[in-house]
Write a protein that binds this ligand. Structure first.
Ligand code: PMP
Length: 301
């Protein structure tokens, strides 16, 4: 049996039901997090990566969207630990806390006080390729004054889903969004970096991105391990076409090379050397194998 946490208790995940009338479901009035635990085979330990940072961002989402999270960060930490232990997770695991408006009333408002929290754990069901062929989406990234992309609103993922759908229908692996001003924003569910002449650029938060935790980790790796300060700077699609290396970052996807954008091959179509090195270091860090970064790892067992 697999458990999940529902409102205030651990239950068999098959027993859960949410009303078809639920307002969160009907209007996308919720927020969530995507967190990962990584199994360290040698130490027989499960480490959750940057758990506190994810839970803080969950609270920020709740604050911006008027969907306050009914448990504190320390309480959520303990609930997640308990859930992982109950489910005897001993492999890489994905952890999804979600909080949504729990009432059944028709008006799409955010003022009703019942916010329904759920947390489930699962294996990642999406295995992307080693290197991705992408396109610039015809869908614009939603702006901060529409649905804030700086947090994780459930309803905001319709924007991502439309872009993914279009990309897949056209034979690409993933989509890249532009902002309404025409700058590069981010992938459908990941941040983007480009490498040009030994400089590394990533769009600033004002270009309608989610300030990703993997993005922040990559900036730290580049600073500590390579002495490279990432420039948070707007750039255009042409600068992506002309880049030496392009890669995505995200909790689910990790560090993922992009080898084609709009049918323009990035340099020679092979994974770039900096991207490869960052991938290698990131994989060690998330499994708690680099002692300098152990602060990032929350040990479950
Ligand atoms: N942008 C979007 C839209 C996302 O959904 C994600 C995944 N959470 C990211 C960027 C990457 O963020 P993180 O590294 O925190 O997973």
């Amino acid at each position: 049996m697999r458990y999940l946490f529902d409102v205030n208790r651990f239950v068999d995940e098959r027993a859960l039901s949410v009303s078809i009338k639920n307002k969160g479901l009907n209007y996308g009035l919720g927020c969530f997090e995507g967190i990962r635990g990584f199994w360290n085979e040698e130490q027989q330990q499960l480490f959750v990566f940057r758990l506190e940072d994810h839970l803080k961002r969950f609270h920020q989402s709740g604050k911006s969207l008027f969907i306050p999270i009914p448990y504190s960060v320390p309480d959520l930490t303990q609930i997640i630990r308990r859930l992982l232990v109950l489910n005897q997770e001993m492999a890489d695991v994905y952890i999804r806390p979600v909080c949504f408006k729990g009432s059944d009333t028709l008006r799409p408002n955010l003022s009703d006080p019942y916010n329904h929290l759920g947390i489930f754990t699962t294996v990642l069901d999406y295995k992307p390729k080693e290197a991705l062929k992408t396109c610039i989406s015809s869908w614009t990234r939603m702006g901060s004054n529409m649905i804030p992309p700086q947090v994780k609103p459930t309803g905001g993922y319709l924007n991502s889903a439309l872009a993914i759908n279009e990309a897949e229908l056209n034979g690409f692996d993933e989509a890249i969004f532009l902002t309404k001003e025409g700058n590069i924003s981010e992938g459908a569910t990941e941040n983007i970096f480009i490498v040009r002449d030994n400089q590394v650029l990533t769009p600033p938060v004002s270009d309608d991105i989610l300030p990703g935790i993997t993005r922040d980790t990559v900036c730290t790796i580049l600073k500590n391990e390579f002495g490279i300060i990432v420039q948070e700077k707007s750039f255009t699609r042409v600068e992506v076409y002309e880049a030496d290396e392009v890669f995505f970052t995200g909790t689910a996807i990790g560090i993922k090379p992009v080898i084609e954008v709009d049918r323009r091959v990035i340099r020679n179509g092979r994974v770039g050397s900096l991207t490869k090195q960052i991938q290698g270091i990131y994989d060690q860090i998330v499994r708690g194998k680099m002692k300098e970064y152990l602060d990032y790892s929350f040990p479950v067992y």
